[in-house]
Each structure stands twice: as structure tokens, then as C-alpha cells.
Design a protein around this ligand. Structure first.
Ligand code: ADP
Ligand code: MG
Length: 260
């Protein structure tokens, strides 16, 4: 996998700043609703470096999901530029974007999106099978991913036989199974009770600390944000502040920071 990653880089070879997984400059995104247009992103600058765990916070409707969708190439932008591992997204064909997403990105959503008729391991290996990995290799990697999220022993269970927290672990395993450069999580704990939410965030934190997993996590929970390297706060389609999480736990520092 390490070899595969470096080969990918060598073949693209045009990273302007090494270590930047995602970089966005002056990104504007407009939605057309009937005759009206609505600017959901008003010129956003945003960079994620390899190994970072970044929280995106802000009120409902502030543009968090839109930001994730455009940065991951799921949706188009009106103006601005986005680079993925140094490659300008605008120069990639639809096919190249889809392939990049499948090979280099993992996604975790609030809703689990697991297929109810498939077992945990079958759900995890599905994207691998779709992208042409052999059955045997897909199974081997999926079992390893389930182990990484603490679900070895639950591989044969269907989603209905798993708790909410276990289901979200399956989606995390599915997001990890390709060894992605970055994992996007949109309110991954929004449907969980606070204890389970804490466990899931603990797992994402552990994957970051232990394996250097790069992730961007949209969340409402300040306690969750405080466990990440960096908090990006959005309001009305703009990034309003970047807060070091230590400021949340050290009120004196916060007073100093805002006073300066
Ligand atoms: P958040 O994830 O922070 O709650 P979103 O990114 O989902 O916010 O939405 C930002 C704004 O863009 C909201 O005002 C929302 O109504 C609007 N919006 C999102 N998706 C669409 C869409 N497909 N069509 C029109 N407006 C949209
Ligand atoms: Mg959202």
C-alpha cells in the first residue's frame, strides 16, 4: 500500500506543495433554486495536510456538507480552484474523478448506507469488488479493516444484528478498506447516543494517532472538535475562524487569543 501510494504520486508527479492532500482556493458554490440563486460557499480557502484530523463546525445551513461535497469532487464549483494531492480537480475527467474518489478517498455519513442483506464483511468488501479487486484479496483486506475498527468476530453479522455504534464501525471499515489518502465524515456521530458517539470519535482519533489517517470531520459536538488537530468554523458559506482545540479547554488562552 505504501508502494502503491508512492507510485500514484510519482505517476501524477505535479504536487505544488508536498503533503497537501486537499487544497482549495477562493471556492464559490452557487445553488440555483427556481429563479433564485443561493451562494452556499462564498470564496473558501481550505487546506488539509497529510496526517491531520480537522473538524468542521458551524450551524445548520452554513455550508459544511457543501464544502465536503465540492472538496471531494462529488459536486462542481462555480469558481475557485481545488487540488487533490497536487492535481487540479478541474483538469480531471468525470471518469478520473470517480476513480480518484474510489481509490484515494473514504466516506462516512450519519446514515450508515449499509446494505441490509449483506453481512458486515460483505458490506466492507463491496467497493473493492466493484473496483475489480479479486474476491480473495477483497475478503482479506475487508477482514483486516474490520479488525482495525474492533469488529473482528462480527464479520458474518448483518446490519440488523449490530448496534448503531457497530454499524458505524462497519462504515468506517468500508471507508478505510482502500487505504485512502483522506477520509471525509459528515456528522458521523449525529445518530448515536453520546457514549457511543464518544467511542466512535475515539476510534477516529486512534486511527489518526496510530496510523496517521488524514480526516475531515463535520460535527456539532464541541467535545468532539476538541479532540482534533484543528477546528474550522463556518458561518453563512464562509470560514470564519480557525481555532486550535486547546483554546476550548483553556479559557484563559481563549481570552488572550480573542483579546489580541
Ligand atoms: P450544512 O451542512 O452546514 O447544514 P449545507 O451545505 O447542507 O449546510 O447547505 C448550505 C446551504 O445551501 C443551505 O442554505 C442549504 O439550504 C443550501 N443547499 C444545500 N444543498 C442544496 C441544493 N441541492 N439545492 C439548493 N440549495 C441547497
Ligand atoms: Mg450538512
Amino acid at each position: 500500500m505504501v508502494l502503491g501510494r508512492s507510485m500514484f504520486r510519482a505517476s501524477r508527479g505535479n504536487a505544488p506543495h508536498s503533503g497537501e492532500i486537499v487544497s482549495a482556493r477562493a471556492v464559490v458554490k452557487t445553488y440555483a433554486t427556481g429563479k433564485e440563486t443561493f451562494q452556499a460557499l462564498k470564496g473558501v480557502d481550505f487546506t488539509v495536510h497529510a496526517g491531520e484530523m480537522v473538524a468542521v463546525m458551524g450551524p445548520s445551513g452554513s455550508g459544511k456538507t457543501t464544502l465536503l461535497n465540492v472538496l471531494s469532487g462529488l459536486d462542481t464549483i462555480d469558481s475557485g480552484q481545488i487540488w487533490l494531492e497536487g492535481k487540479d480537480l478541474a483538469t480531471m475527467s468525470d471518469k478520473a474523478r470517480t476513480a480518484y474518489r474510489a481509490q484515494r478517498m473514504g466516506f462516512i455519513f450519519q446514515v450508515y448506507n449499509l446494505l441490509p442483506v449483506l453481512s458486515a464483511v460483505e458490506n466492507v468488501e463491496l467497493p473493492l469488488l466493484v473496483s475489480g479487486v479479486s474476491q480473495k484479496e477483497a475478503r482479506r483486506r475487508s477482514m483486516a479493516a474490520l479488525e482495525r475498527v474492533g469488529l473482528d468476530g462480527w464479520a458474518a453479522h448483518r446490519p440488523a444484528e449490530l448496534s448503531g455504534g457497530q454499524r458505524q464501525r462497519v462504515t468506517i471499515a468500508r471507508a478505510l478498506v482502500n487505504n485512502p489518502a483522506i477520509v471525509w465524515a459528515d456528522e458521523p456521530t449525529g445518530a448515536l447516543d453520546s457514549k457511543t458517539a464518544n467511542e466512535i470519535m475515539g476510534l477516529l482519533h486512534e486511527l489518526n494517532q496510530r496510523d496517521g489517517l488524514t480526516s475531515v470531520i463535520v460535527t456539532h459536538d464541541p467535545a468532539i472538535g476538541a479532540r482534533t488537530d484543528r477546528i474550522v468554523r463556518m458561518r453563512d458559506g464562509e470560514i470564519v475562524t480557525r481555532i486550535d482545540p486547546i483554546l476550548l479547554t483553556e479559557p484563559n488562552l481563549l481570552a488572550t487569543a480573542s483579546g489580541s
